[in-house]
Design a protein around this ligand. Structure first.
Ligand code: AHR
Length: 330
C-alpha cells in the first residue's frame, strides 16, 4: 500500500521533470521493459496462479517468477491447484496483507465478483492474466492474454483444409477445465468455423482437465467406445500427448490413423508434432511475466492502460515445428 502512494507521488514528480527536461537528452534506460522495471522495484505483488496442470502452466509460472526477479518485485505467489475456493482465499489474503497489486489467472470464468469488489473497496488494483472472468470490467484494470476464440478458429480452419476431400470426419474433443475461459472459448472458436459443417460429426466431447493423465484416460474411453475416430481436437498439448499414449496402446498410429490438433505449442507438443504424432498446433503464449509487470508498473504510476492486452501468437505444421524447436524456450 505504501508503494502505491509513493509511486503516485513519484509519477507526479516525473511528469513535472519530464515537462521541464523536454528536448534535452535523458539518462533513462531505453525500451519499455527497462523503463517500467525502474518504476516497480520494491512493489509487493500478489499472484494467485491456477495450479500446475500442464507444461504451459509451468512455463507461465516460470515467466512470472523470472520477470518478478528481473523487475525487483516482491512477489507473493500462490497456486490454487485447480481449486477456485482456494484461489479466492489467496486473493483475500493478499487483500488483508495490503499488497500493492493483485494479479491472477482465474480457474473458471464466473464466481469472482465478490472478491473483486473487496479488492476494489480496499483500493488494490487487480490485473487478470491468461484467463478472463465474467465480471464487471470496472473491477479490474486490464486483462493480459490470448484470444482463445481465435485459437479455436485457427484449429478448426486447419481441420477444414486437412479434411477437405473427406466425405465424413468422426471427431472427439478433449476439453479443458469445465467453465474455464480457454475451454469455453476454444469450443466457441471451433464452432464458429465448423459448427454448421455437418460432415464433421462430434462422437464425444469430455473434459481431460488440461492434464496429460486426464487426456489419456478420456481418450482410452473414447477408443473403447468408438472404433472409427478420425480426428482429436485437444484444447491443449498435454491432453493431446495423453491421447497419443492411449492411441498407441490401442495399436493405432497417432497422426496417421487418427489425426490430432492441439493448442499451446509447448516443447513436448512441438516434439510430438515434429515426430508426426500431432498434426497441427495453434500457439498460446505463456510468456506473460514482462507484460504483467509492465502493466502493474503503469497502474502504480497512475497511468491509463488498455482494458485488453492481447498476446501475439503463431501456428505450426510439422516443418514449422522442426524449424522452431532448436530455439524453443519452453
Ligand atoms: O489458460 C491457458 C490454458 O491453461 C493452456 O492452454 C493450458 O495448457 C493451461 O492449462
Amino acid at each position: 500500500m505504501k508503494f502505491r502512494k509513493s509511486a503516485a507521488l513519484l509519477a507526479a514528480a516525473f511528469t513535472v521533470a519530464g515537462l521541464t527536461a523536454c528536448g534535452s537528452d535523458s539518462d533513462a534506460p531505453s525500451g519499455d521493459s527497462a523503463s517500467s522495471s525502474t518504476g516497480i522495484k520494491g512493489a509487493v505483488i500478489g499472484f494467485a496462479q491456477v495450479g500446475s496442470e500442464s507444461g504451459w502452466r509451468s512455463a507461465n509460472t516460470d515467466s512470472i517468477k523470472a520477470a518478478a526477479a528481473k523487475y525487483g518485485v516482491d512477489l507473493k505467489f500462490t497456486s490454487a491447484e485447480g481449486d477456485q475456493t482456494k484461489q479466492i482465499a489467496s486473493i483475500k489474503t493478499f487483500i488483508t496483507q495490503g499488497v500493492d497489486v493483485i494479479a491472477f489467472s482465474p480457474v473458471v470464468e464466473t464466481g469472482y465478483d465478490a472478491v473483486l469488489q473487496e479488492a476494489k473497496a480496499a483500493g488494490i488494483p487487480v490485473i487478470l492474466t491468461d484467463r478472463a472472468v465474467d465480471a464487471d470490467p470496472s473491477l479490474y484494470k486490464t486483462f493480459i492474454g490470448s484470444d482463445f476464440i481465435k485459437e479455436g478458429e485457427k484449429a478448426a480452419t486447419w481441420a477444414k483444409t486437412e479434411f477437405a476431400n473427406d466425405a465424413a470426419v468422426n471427431m472427439v474433443v478433449l476439453e479443458g477445465t469445465t467453465g474455464s475461459a480457454p475451454a469455453n472459448d476454444r469450443k466457441t472458436g471451433w464452432d464458429n468455423v465448423l459448427g454448421k459443417e455437418t460432415k464433421f460429426k462430434t462422437l464425444a466431447s469430455q473434459t481431460g482437465e488440461f492434464t496429460r493423465d486426464g487426456g489419456k484416460k478420456v481418450m482410452e474411453g473414447f477408443l473403447a467406445k468408438y472404433p472409427n475416430i478420425n480426428l482429436v481436437y485437444a484444447h491443449n498439448d498435454d491432453m493431446g500427448l495423453g491421447a497419443i499414449e492411449a492411441i498407441e496402446a490401442a495399436g493405432k498410429v497417432p497422426g496417421k490413423d487418427i489425426k490430432i490438433v492441439t493448442i499451446d505449442a509447448v516443447k513436448a507438443g512441438m516434439e510430438a508434432l515434429a515426430a508426426g504424432k500431432i498434426n497441427y498446433i495453434v500457439e498460446c503464449s505463456p510468456l506473460l511475466g514482462d507484460q504483467l509487470f509492465d502493466a502493474a508498473s503503469s497502474v502504480l504510476a497512475g497511468k491509463d492502460i488498455p482494458a485488453r492486452i492481447i498476446t501475439e501468437e503463431g501456428e505450426f505444421n510439422q516443418a514449422q515445428a522442426k524449424a522452431a524447436l532448436p530455439d524453443r524456450k519452453y
